[in-house]
Design a protein around this ligand. Structure first.
Ligand SMILES: [Zn+2]
Ligand SMILES: [Zn+2]
Length: 115
């Protein structure tokens, strides 16, 4: 009681949402409101990366045993990784990511597409 654990929450650097601490057994590595993440890990959960770039959700991909996964890509260094969707992730944010991956949409400058 009264002792703070290492399971602290974080503030989303993309949308500013205050993300509550993770639950036991769950690694929360992205914002449930906008699904953005931060490049803090070399391997999941190790917090060893010095990049700290914004990890942008690119697409949602099904995984046979793990359920749906978010494909993230670091805006700063290009590092890409998949993260499991969490049960409390915002459904609308998920839909936005799917829409963007399917229809293109207004992406960032790095992916200029000419038709
Ligand atoms: Zn957010
Ligand atoms: Zn990075």
């Amino acid at each position: 009681m009264g002792r703070k654990t290492e399971n602290t929450g974080f503030t989303c650097i993309n949308c500013g949402a205050a993300v509550p601490p993770i639950q036991a057994g769950t690694i929360r590595n992205h914002c449930p409101c906008c699904l953005y993440s931060m490049h803090v890990d070399e391997d999941i959960g190790d917090r060893r990366s010095l990049c700290l770039g914004l990890m942008v959700p690119q697409s949602i991909e099904p995984h046979s045993s793990k359920g749906q996964q978010i494909q993230h890509k670091c805006k700063k260094c290009g590092f890409a990784r998949k993260n499991k969707l969490a049960p409390d992730d915002d459904v609308n944010a998920v839909v936005q990511v799917i829409k963007k991956s399917v229809f293109g949409g207004e992406d960032h400058r790095d992916n200029r597409r000419t038709n």
